[in-house]
Design a binder for this molecule. Structure first.
Ligand code: PEP
Ligand code: MN
Length: 340
């Protein structure tokens, strides 16, 4: 860390700060300027107490971190290698097949889910998505079928050979949901619910961590750090749009964040264009952008009849649009050198 002291401090005040830096376990190397002293504090910032408390000292102008706050998710620990997450017989990550996770926003009925599983499987999806526990803004809206919904997911997964991605909303339900799912989705609204993330990570299931509605990239990476720090290396980051001033779209799909996360971490990145723009008529374009960006896959909402969906009807694509989308995406997937 770098500790910048206030200008023209008496030497004894400078010495007090140097002593504190040493007391906190760092090796202080002061650089005495004509006006100001800067102390370079040598030591691993991730295993020692932070010097940021010094910011409150009257002698100190500012404390700068040098190291990043995350380590296990960082590329540095893997020395340039990418993590390939293996789940349900699939490999997700750099250079591997672009993965399609598709299905309804909410599991509504056996017929709805089975027909969707069949349709997405026919277009090469390897995972079926569907919410059995729904995080709804209003308590009067459909909250999901809970365990009967999980049972339907397991049934559809078995029948069509699809892995299951579904959201776990609460720590209380981790064991239950992990009993049916291959990938546990931590939703945008829970993306900094650390006790839920830890519990989900400890289940050993692959975690799909959405980005929170107003979460900075660093915060998202640190939330992911909780998964790895709790002994689970199988993490997928999922960009699903952030809240901005724009109203033409439900959220602003932050494709720049995808490029950054791919540079910063060794972990796969999935894009959810459905929550990302909130409009079925934009999903195809966003999917093309995702493939061109070399994201590792998509999480797409597909419904047999979006006009009658119990949640997120405006952003779900129907079967024919899904088929068109998958076809039109192929040249983009090929262009980044992924196997088809
Ligand atoms: C969803 O996938 O249906 C969902 C609710 O996602 P998010 O947490 O990104 O809003
Ligand atoms: Mn949804």
């Amino acid at each position: 860390m770098i500790v910048i002291l206030k200008p023209n401090l008496p030497q004894e005040e400078v010495e007090k700060v140097i002593a504190e830096v040493a007391k906190l376990g760092y090796e202080p190397r002061p650089i005495h300027g004509k006006v100001q002293t800067v102390i370079a504090a040598i030591g691993d910032e991730n295993t020692r107490q932070s010097l940021e408390t010094l910011d409150a000292w009257p002698q100190v102008e500012h404390v700068h971190r040098v190291q990043k706050r995350y380590k296990l998710v960082s590329r540095e620990v893997k020395k340039g290698q990418d993590t390939i997450v293996k789940v349900h017989g699939q490999e997700i990550g750099s250079g591997k097949k672009f993965v399609f996770m598709a299905g309804p926003c909410s599991v509504e009925s056996e017929e709805q889910l089975m027909s969707t599983a069949k349709a997405v499987k026919a277009q090469g999806a390897t995972f079926l998505r569907g919410g059995a526990f729904k995080p709804r803004t209003s308590p009067y809206e459909f909250q999901g079928l809970a365990e009967p919904g999980l049972k339907l997911l397991a049934q559809a997964g078995k029948e069509y050979g699809l892995g299951i991605v579904t959201e776990v909303l609460s720590e209380r339900d981790v064991e239950l949901v992990a009993g049916y799912a291959d990938i546990l989705q931590i939703g945008a609204r829970n993306a900094q619910n650390f006790s839920l993330i830890v519990e989900a990570a400890r289940s050993g299931k692959t975690i799909l961590l959405k980005r929170g509605l107003s979460m900075k990239i660093e915060e998202w990476l640190l939330a992911g750090e909780y998964v790895l720090a709790n002994g689970n290396p199988n993490l997928l980051f999922c960009e699903r749009g952030i809240r901005t001033f724009e109203t033409y779209t439900r959220n602003t799909l932050d494709l720049g964040a995808v490029a950054i996360v791919k540079k910063e971490t060794h972990l796969p990145v999935i894009i959810d264009p459905s929550q990302g723009c909130g409009r079925a008529d934009m999903v195809l374009e966003m999917c093309k952008a995702a493939a061109a960006l070399n994201a590792d896959g998509l999480l797409i909402e597909v419904h047999p009849n979006p006009a009658e969906a119990w949640s997120d009807g405006q952003q779900q694509v129907d079967f024919s649009l899904y088929e068109k989308l998958v076809k039109e995406l192929q040249p983009f997937i090929q262009a980044v050198g992924r196997p088809l």
